[in-house]
Design a protein around this ligand. Structure first.
Ligand SMILES: *Cc1c(COP(=O)(O)O)cnc(C)c1O
Length: 417
């Protein structure tokens, strides 16, 4: 019989979200009257806004005409969209390295691209990740064979960089690998922390000094409201010789189901031997990817004109207001938390308790489903992630139920933590 890919055998079972779903089911079977609010999963909830939706609709209509029909497009994406992304998300930012359209590659989403980008570096690359982190950095490394076996707390060949309250959720840069791949996400999922310009400058310097490449995930950049916080790694001097940036339309305009993202690979980024990473990425895109949906790309174009950008701002404002409500309530309860002001996640600390115990308490007393921080890596233990993706009216809906706690998120009633 054909043997299983050893890398797949190494992959620890995806345990977090199925376990959350199971506990929610168990709770509901005991308390069918409970009206549960889900602040657990990082999935968008609000409808696509009218102008952007019209872009999708018109894009689909165009395909039904002789003049407008297109089959396969360029694997790298529509030129107009690549130009527009370069202009809107990079070239109009303060201090940003100017990005040209042929440095922008349109994708079917950031997660998919992160999976494919690992093909650039193969199985022998040393990998470092923030701990806690978005799961695909680690799991993708396992799949390509770069991770080594699970040793009980982590994968052997992965360098985990703890991001905790003690270091203000920014890792110790002395622990970066040499000639490795460093994943970094800001605004961060799950912690909601956003790295400052000084922190990113130090990160870029450390990555360059160690001969590594930085894989910068900016999926939440459009949630940044503080004008001094960088939205792109290419606002940091030197990043264009050591960094790749992945980004996505999922979180800013609710394209989680439509599927559209992009990756910027600067032409100034080279390997040890001087070969172009941009040329290799182009080769990979034309080989194992056939381009993002043309309809989705028409939607992306609509999102980047002035009306679309207005809607993007309104939608991200909506989720940020949810975040503010959640954070305000947690703070009133005396719970220490970060995030939520430039990111749609709030990371709440429960010292001395396990994440799963706190998850259970919140579920039982508030009827709120959260995400246990320990599911994002060992340094997430004792934390809970609250997601701001949800309907406002759900968040504020009073419900009668257990112990009278359930006048939830105005979240104004104090649960017994
Ligand atoms: C949601 C998310 C993405 C986006 O993934 P898509 O595949 O574009 O939907 C990327 N990175 C992080 C950290 C995310 O939370």
């Amino acid at each position: 019989m054909l043997a299983r890919n050893r890398a797949l055998a190494n992959l620890k079972a995806g345990y977090l979200f199925p376990e959350i779903a199971k506990r929610r089911r168990d709770f509901l079977s005991k308390h069918p009257e409970a009206k549960i609010i889900s602040l657990g999963i990082g999935n968008t909830t609000e409808p696509i806004t009218p102008h952007i939706d019209e872009g999708l609709v018109q894009g689909a209509r165009r395909l039904a005409t002789k003049e407008g029909y297109t089959g396969y497009g360029d694997e790298q994406g529509m030129t107009a969209l690549r130009e527009k992304i370069a202009q809107v998300f990079y070239n109009s930012l303060k201090d940003c390295r100017q990005i040209s359209a042929d440095e922008v590659f349109i994708s079917d989403g950031a997660k998919c691209d992160i999976g494919r980008l690992q093909l650039l570096f193969g199985a022998s690359v040393p990998v470092a990740v923030q701990d806690p982190s978005y799961p695909v950095y680690v799991d993708g490394s396992v799949l390509i064979g770069a991770a080594g076996p699970w040793n009980g707390t982590g994968y052997e060949k992965i360098q985990y960089l703890p991001c905790t309250a003690e270091n203000n959720y920014f890792p110790d840069l002395n622990r970066l690998p040499t000639n490795g791949l460093v994943y970094f996400c800001s605004p961060n999922n799950p912690t909601g922390a956003v790295a400052t310009k000084d922190q990113l400058t130090a990160l870029v310097q450390a990555v360059k000094q160690t001969g590594s490449i930085l894989m910068f995930d900016a999926a939440y950049a459009e949630y940044i409201r503080s004008p001094d916080l960088p939205k792109s790694i290419f606002q940091i001097p030197g990043a264009d010789t050591c960094a790749i940036e992945v980004n996505s339309f999922s979180k800013p305009i609710g394209f989680t189901g439509v599927r559209l993202g992009w990756t910027v690979v600067p032409k100034t980024l080279v390997y040890e031997g001087g070969e172009s990473v941009n040329a290799d990425w182009n080769r990979i895109c034309t080989t194992v990817f056939n381009g993002a949906s043309n309809i989705a790309q028409y939607g992306g174009l609509a999102a980047l004109d002035s009306e679309g950008l207005k809607e993007m701002r309104q939608l991200t404002d909506y989720y940020l207001e949810n975040a503010r409500l959640i954070r305000h309530t947690l703070q009133n309860l005396g719970i220490t938390c970060v995030g939520g002001d430039n990111a749609p996640y709030i990371w709440a600390q429960f010292p001395g308790k396990t994440s799963w115990d706190v998850f259970e308490t919140i579920l039982e007393t508030c009827w709120v489903v959260t995400t246990p921080g320990s599911g994002f890596g060992p340094a997430g233990e004792s934390f809970i992630r609250f997601s701001a993706f949800g309907h406002r009216e759900e968040l504020q809906k009073p419900a009668s139920g257990l112990n009278g706690w359930h006048s939830r998120p105005s979240f104004d009633i104090v649960p017994p933590f």
